[in-house]
Design a protein around this ligand. Sequence first.
Ligand code: AFP
Length: 333
Amino acid sequence: MKGRRITLERHLRDEAGRARSPAAGLPPLMTALAGAAKTLARQVRRAALSGSLGYSGDVNVTGDSQKKLDVTANETVLDAVASTGLVAAVVSEELKGAKALSDREEARYILCTDPLDGSSNTDINGSVGTIFGIYPRAGGGPVDEGHDLLRRGSEQIAAGYVMYGPGTVLVYTAGDGVFGFTLDEDSDEFVLTHDRIRCPSRGHYYSANLGHLKEWHPGIRRCIEHLTERDPATGRPYSLRYVGSLVADLHRSLIEGGFYFYPADGGHTNGKLRLLYECAPLALVVEKAGGRASTGTQRILEVRAESIHQRVPLVIGSALEVELYETFMRREP
Ligand code: AFP
């Protein structure tokens, strides 16, 4: 990148220096997450060489068969944030209950994470990601599930994701702007490559597992019919792009426009994706970039979690496409 080279560390220092920045207490935590991401990028890249592909033999709490990399990713993220002393508890896709890390006063944050999302892609050298959402503690004393963990996404003070693709990209927001950093493997630094990302208000891609089409809400099926009709004036038909790795599909929508959805179907009556560590963090990122995220009927950031592994339907991406989808869902059959 031409011009001034801004590393993540430098960027975090600058942001923390702004008097009213909500990121003021976050730099060490973000630095720890970035450190975990560097380790994970290497683990994912070398998995076939180190014998780390394939299943661990266990099933996680939400019923997914765990990959070996799911297990190591979880340990890597937990070790990294535990070392900061800033996190009171972690909610992770790979842990049945929340894991308490510290009861000290400086442990001001709750971390919700999917350490390795899209792990079914690991064995085919496909893109995967890490998702994280950070909440301030609701009060002092021991972590209380109701107050500290079962939150609305709008209460997050920072959120983001790391995408392990051809390059490793870390995208985050602490409320004021969305920033993307690419890992420079020569210097082992994340460098700012996507400054103040804006999600295009519309795009020409849709991302979804159409294998479940027949079981979707009729409004969603009509939305697909609409998107796939030919009307060059409105950019239709839309093109289908589906990696099957939420972070990768979302990253495309964020940068190029378009949208991703995973609605309820016969096998996933509340959708497949988890509210606290998949939907809410990505919703904060996308909204701060000017996009939208909803269940189809309610803004994701307003949904209060009822359990830590709760699932919700998700539609996320360019504002106009998400609105269109919501409109089709509201229409009478
Ligand atoms: P895995 O982590 O089990 O691969 O699940 C990935 C995921 O949660 C999300 O990243 C994908 O968008 C979605 O599930 C894919 O689900 P389908 O395989 O049902 O399309």
